[in-house]
Design a protein around this ligand. Structure first.
Ligand code: FAD
Length: 442
C-alpha cells in the first residue's frame, strides 16, 4: 500500500482543488484529484469575479491565451443602494486596472474550472508523474478512510485509494469535513446564504455599448436594499463576454422566517428600473442555485487540518463578504496553494505527521485570508444589520432624489436634505451610532 500511495488525494475539482493540484503537479508530486461532476466545473456556480492575481501565479500570462477560461477583466466597479424607484451608486472606473495581471476577472465556473483543469493536466504531463498522477471525473468520494485516527485515503464505490495526505476541497456542503470530525457542529442556517443566478445572453456589441466596455474590459455591480425584497442579503450583476450574470445571495434563515422564495425575489429584483434597463432585450439561458457561506467565521470548522487531512476553500468556509465584494474563489485558490505547499514541504522533510501538517494553519493565519476574515468580522455583521439592509439605502435614495431634483423651488441646503432623509427613515441618534460602528468596522 505504501508504495502505491499517492503523495496526496484532492477531493473536489473546484477552484480550491484545482489550485492545490496545479501546485502539486508543478512540484513533481504524485497525486489523484477526484471530482464528482462530469467535468471540473460541471457542478459549480458563481457570480463570479475571481479577485486578486493568484491566477497569474498558477497560469502565468493567462491573459495572452485567445480562449482562456475567463470572460472579462474588471475596470469598473459599482455599489448601488436601492429603494423601490432609485439606486444611489458609488461608481469607480479606472484605467489603472487595465493592465495584467488584473485585479479581478469575471468567470463562468463551468468554463473556467474546465479550462483550469486542462492547465493542471498540462502540468501533470510535464511532471515526473505524467503516468501516475490523475484527474478523475464523474466519481464521487463516499468516505475518507481512517486508520487509527489518521486519514489514509478515500473510498469511492467499491474502490479504495491511499495517500499520505487527503486534501478536502469539497466546497460548502462539507460532508466529508464533518465525517473526519473537523466540523462536528450543525452549522446554523443564519451563517449560510443561498445564491441564485441567471445568465442572460445578448448580442455582444449591444452588451458592450450598453455598459461602455472596450475589448475585454468589464463591470461588477453589487446591490443592497430593495433588491432582496426585505430579506437579508444582496444582489449582483457582472458582465461576461456576451452575457450578464445577475443574481442574489439571500439569508437562508430569513427566507425561512419570511416564507419567501429566492426565485420570486429574483423576479422582484429584475423589475427595479436600474436592473430592468440593464437586462432589457436579453434572453435568460441558464439558471442555477447554490449555498454560499456568509463570511461569519463562526461557521468555520474547528480546525483546518487533522492527522492526514487538510481542508481548503469553502469546505473550510473560507469566504468574506464585508460589503465590497464576495471573496470566495480567491480564498479557495490561495488556500489550495498553501495546502499543497505544506504537502510538498512535508514530503521534502519526510514528515507527514500532524505536527508538520499544522504548518498549513500557520500559513493560512499569516496570509491575507485569515487576516481579512478576522479583521472584517464586524463589517460582515454591519452588512447584515437591518439598518444597513433597509434604512441606509432608503435614506441615501431619498437624499439623492432631493439633491438631484431641480424643480423651480428654492433649493434646500444639502445638510438639511440629508437630515430630512434621516428623520424620515430613522433618527439622528440611531444613524450616529450606526455610522460610528460602520466606520470602525471598515
Ligand atoms: C451565487 C454565488 C455567487 C458567488 N460570487 C462570487 C464572486 O463573485 N466571487 C468569489 O470569489 N466568490 C463567489 N462565490 C463563492 C465561490 O463560488 C466559492 O467560494 C468557491 O466556489 C469555493 O471554491 P471551492 O473550490 O472551495 O468549492 P466549489 O467551487 O464548490 O468546488 C467544490 C468541488 O468539489 C466537488 N465535490 C464535492 N463533494 C465531492 C465528493 N464527495 N466527491 C468528489 N467531488 C466532490 C464539487 O462537485 C465541486 O466541483 C459565489 C457563490 C455563489 C453561490
Amino acid at each position: 500500500m505504501e508504495e502505491e500511495a499517492f503523495d496526496a488525494i484532492v477531493i473536489g475539482g473546484g477552484v480550491a482543488g484545482l489550485s492545490a493540484a496545479m501546485t502539486l503537479a508543478r512540484a513533481n508530486m504524485k497525486f489523484l484529484l477526484v471530482e464528482r461532476g462530469e467535468f471540473a466545473g460541471a457542478k459549480n456556480v458563481s457570480g463570479g469575479v475571481l479577485w486578486g492575481s493568484d491566477l497569474a501565479k498558477l497560469v502565468p500570462q493567462y491573459w495572452e491565451e485567445e480562449d482562456g477560461g475567463w470572460e472579462r477583466f474588471v475596470n469598473h466597479r459599482r455599489l448601488s443602494l436601492m429603494d423601490e424607484q432609485s439606486a444611489f451608486t458609488l461608481d469607480f472606473k479606472s484605467s489603472h486596472w487595465n493592465q495584467p495581471p488584473y485585479t479581478g476577472v469575471v468567470v463562468l465556473r463551468a468554463r473556467f474550472d474546465n479550462w483550469l483543469a486542462g492547465k493542471v493536466q498540462e502540468a501533470i504531463d510535464a511532471s515526473d508523474f505524467a503516468e501516475e498522477s490523475f484527474i478523475a471525473t464523474d466519481i464521487k468520494v463516499d468516505q475518507v478512510l481512517m486508520e487509527g485516527g489518521r486519514a489514509v485515503g478515500i473510498k469511492t464505490g467499491d474502490e479504495e485509494f491511499y495517500a499520505k495526505v487527503v486534501i478536502i476541497a469539497e466546497g460548502v456542503n462539507n460532508l466529508l469535513t464533518r465525517q473526519v470530525g473537523l466540523q462536528t457542529e450543525y452549522v446554523p442556517a443564519d451563517h449560510m446564504l443561498t445564491g441564485i443566478k441567471e445568465i442572460i445572453r445578448f448580442d455582444q456589441q449591444r452588451l458592450e455599448d450598453r455598459f461602455q466596455l472596450r475589448g475585454r474590459s468589464g463591470m461588477s455591480n453589487e446591490f443592497v436594499g430593495w433588491a432582496t425584497d426585505g430579506v437579508e442579503g444582496g444582489g449582483f450583476l457582472y458582465t461576461n463576454k456576451d452575457t450578464l450574470s445577475v443574481g442574489l445571495v439571500l439569508s437562508i434563515a430569513d427566507l425561512r422566517a419570511q416564507k419567501k422564495s429566492p426565485h420570486d425575489i429574483l423576479s422582484h429584483f429584475k423589475t427595479h428600473p436600474v436592473v430592468a434597463d440593464a437586462i432589457e432585450g436579453g434572453e435568460v439561458v441558464e439558471y442555477s442555485a447554490h449555498v454560499v457561506s456568509s463570511g461569519d467565521k463562526r461557521a468555520m470548522p474547528r480546525e483546518v487540518y487533522a492527522d492526514g487531512v487538510l481542508i481548503i476553500g469553502e469546505a473550510a468556509n473560507l469566504l468574506l463578504n464585508a460589503g465590497k465584494a464576495i471573496q470566495g474563489m480567491d480564498y479557495a485558490m490561495r488556500s489550495g496553494i498553501l495546502a499543497a505547499e505544506t504537502v510538498v514541504e512535508a514530503k521534502e522533510a519526510g514528515d507527514f505527521s500532524v505536527g508538520k501538517l499544522a504548518d498549513y494553519r500557520k500559513k493560512l493565519d499569516a496570509s491575507y485570508i485569515m487576516k481579512d476574515i478576522n479583521g472584517f468580522q464586524d463589517a460582515v455583521h454591519v452588512l447584515h444589520d437591518p439598518i444597513m439592509q433597509h434604512k441606509v439605502p432608503n435614506i441615501l435614495c431619498d437624499f439623492g432624489r432631493s439633491f438631484f431634483s431641480i424643480d423651480n423651488q428654492p433649493t434646500a441646503k444639502s445638510k438639511d436634505m440629508i437630515l430630512d432623509a434621516v428623520r424620515r427613515h430613522s433618527s439622528l441618534w440611531e444613524m450616529a451610532k450606526f455610522g460610528f460602528k460602520a466606520g470602525r468596522s471598515l
